[in-house]
Design a protein around this ligand. Structure first.
Ligand code: HEM
Length: 544
């Protein structure tokens, strides 16, 4: 069955899979003027009779199963969104790959290539994979946007009687949570107040990197940099959220912290299986139990730290002392949030704030190590704009245009959240000339969108200069929205950016980062967030 499916697909005779594929081959949809032109992978024009959701190709459960299981896309669903573009990745890679690997790339099926810019996925959600279509959906985002079915996350909370946080809450209750959480976080002015705290963590991190490299046999290698950056991100976000240091950058990580790290890994790596496997299999297969155990560890870690903070506050109040603190103290003492909501919200903030920044930093260092001329340009910026003996302020790093471009380009190439979603609940909408009834779910294929060759030529090349305002045409802003869009976009964006700028600044000012020849090419795999497929060792050569 598998071989037959594969042969059919590769022979190009895929029309049996694609009842409406002709739609995509004949026209290109042009939203600005509503006219048509011929090009592959296109949608019908507005002049055609309006199409409905029924006219879109539907990827069946069997097709998806085949790709995930037999073609090995289970961990690489983002690749399935579409890697191939005219003159894009496939062509470049084919030139660079030895014969066997070339054939392997040839054997892949890419949904964007197969079905064009919009199709229905196995869950009947409408997948969009161009910046223009994403913009059309996002412009219809609602007052209380919904990301769709979060039941696999809420189920655990319901089982244990926990509250919901910003990820899992919906409607007006979500909005009320966000109003509280946004304060002291969302605005650059708010995040800037954490630069002192983050800089202290950065100082400890740079010390730790120095110790590790000096202790390595070659004298400058840090093995498994992702793990070190994970500890940095955890220390950094905890110092903001809990106003306390965890000790992640010490030689010996505290036992509770290591258990938390293991729990996060366990929850994320079992969550897709927990979602896909039917309920009846939960007691037979190990995934659900592991998934639940992961959540237990995450919630109990956050609860311990919050309880400790509450005790501290109570002691200060009892002694008539001032209660000082930035985030948790503000939430606990100045808002009407119930303790259940505090536990749930802080836990979700913590969860969202570690894997995201740490993986982005890993990809940034990986690309900088592979592109010495880009690293030189960054070094020039960081070494000239702030005196060598001074730690930069938030205002200084956020004003560094090339540093910002490096982070932006990293998030374009490796959008840490490769897939996102919205359900448009209030009204029917029109997208790409198709009419959709209310309650239509849309899946945003961010990985495919930020590798759209029309928007980002040579999309698999690391080119931070794309983002510079130096007279060149700026890419479509919807080409890369790694933090999402609108009122439901990432609440931690400014903190994440500041954290990444401050640590990259200090690392690049002090070290030249070089690749280790034994590592080779890093590929991304999807573990809910985009992570490298293998361990990354890097040389940190002290600059003279
Ligand atoms: C590189 C770093 C990060 C990236 C790329 C990122 C990306 C995202 C994205 C794509 C979303 C969904 C937005 C949408 O649906 O429109 C999101 C939501 C969220 N992020 Fe982040 N994030 C990062 C760091 C952080 C940090 C450091 C925190 C915590 C301080 C955080 C907390 C959250 C929360 C709580 C939500 C849910 C917001 C809601 O539903 O109201 N994120 N993030």
């Amino acid at each position: 069955m598998a071989a037959w499916l594969s042969r059919r697909a590769l022979s190009g005779k895929t029309t049996w899979l694609l009842p409406s594929s002709h739609i995509f081959k004949s026209h290109v949809y042009c939203r600005e003027v509503g006219r048509t032109s011929s090009a592959p992978g296109a949608l019908p024009s507005l002049q055609d009779k309006p199409q409905t959701v029924e006219d879109l190709h539907r990827v069946t459960f069997l097709e998806t199963l085949y790709r995930l299981v037999f073609q090995g896309y289970y961990n690489r669903e983002h690749d399935l969104q579409g890697r191939r573009g005219a003159g894009g990745y496939l062509q470049q890679s084919m030139e660079a790959q030895p014969r066997l690997q070339r054939e392997e790339i040839n054997f892949k099926l890419y949904e964007k290539q197969l079905y064009g810019p919009m199709y229905r996925d196995r869950l009947n959600s409408v997948s969009v994979n161009t910046p223009q279509l994403l913009e059309e959906v996002m412009r219809n985002d609602e007052t209380f946007p919904t990301r769709g079915d979060m039941s696999v996350w809420t189920e655990y909370r319901d089982m244990r009687g926990h509250g919901y946080g910003p990820f899992t809450e919906e409607g007006e209750r979500w909005y009320k949570l966000r109003v509280v959480l946004n304060k002291r976080m969302l605005h650059p002015r708010d995040s800037a107040q954490y630069s002192g705290v983050i800089n202290k963590v950065v100082t400890d991190f740079v010390k730790r990197i120095n110790q590790l490299r000096q202790a390595s046999p070659k004298g400058d290698v840090v093995a498994g940099i992702s793990n070190k950056l994970y500890l940095f991100s955890l220390e950094s976000i905890s110092s903001i959220l809990f106003e306390t240091r965890l000790g992640c950058l010490e030689k010996n990580i505290p036992a509770g912290t290591q258990e938390f790290i293991n729990s996060v890994i366990q929850m994320f790596s079992n969550s897709r299986a927990a979602l896909i496997c039917p309920r009846w299999s939960r007691s037979l297969l190990p995934f659900w139990r592991r998934y639940i155990d992961g959540w237990e560890g995450i919630f109990s870690f956050a609860k311990t730290l919050i309880d400790k903070k509450m005790e501290d506050i109570q002691q200060r109040v009892d002694k008539n002392q001032d209660v000082e603190g930035e985030y948790l103290t503000y939430i606990l003492s100045n808002t009407q949030m119930s303790i259940k909501d505090v536990y749930a919200s802080i836990t979700e903030l913590l969860l969202a704030g570690v894997d995201t920044t740490s993986n982005t930093l890993t990809w940034a260092l990986y690309q900088l190590s592979k592109n010495p001329e880009i690293q030189d340009r960054l070094y020039e910026e960081v070494s000239t704009l702030v005196p060598a003996d001074r730690i930069p302020t938030a205002a200084e790093v956020t004003g560094m245009l090339f540093l910002r471009a490096v982070v932006k380009e990293t998030l374009r190439m490796y959008p840490v959240v490769p897939t996102n979603a919205r359900v448009i609940t209030e009204k029917p909408i029109s997208v790409g000339g198709f009419q959709f009834p209310k309650n239509t779910a849309f899946t945003f294929c961010h990985y495919a969108i930020s590798h759209d060759e029309n928007t980002f030529p040579e999309s698999f090349k690391f080119k931070p200069e794309r983002w510079l305002r130096d007279g060149r045409q700026r890419p479509n802003p919807f080409g890369s929205i790694p933090f999402g869009y609108g009122v439901r976009s990432c609440v931690g964006r400014r903190i994440a950016e500041l954290e990444m700028y401050l640590v990259l600044f200090r690392l690049i000012r002090q070290f030249e980062v070089k690749p280790d020849p034994t590592v080779g090419e890093l590929k991304s795999i999807n573990r809910t967030v985009l992570v490298p497929d293998k361990k990354l060792d890097l040389h940190f050569v002290e600059r003279v």
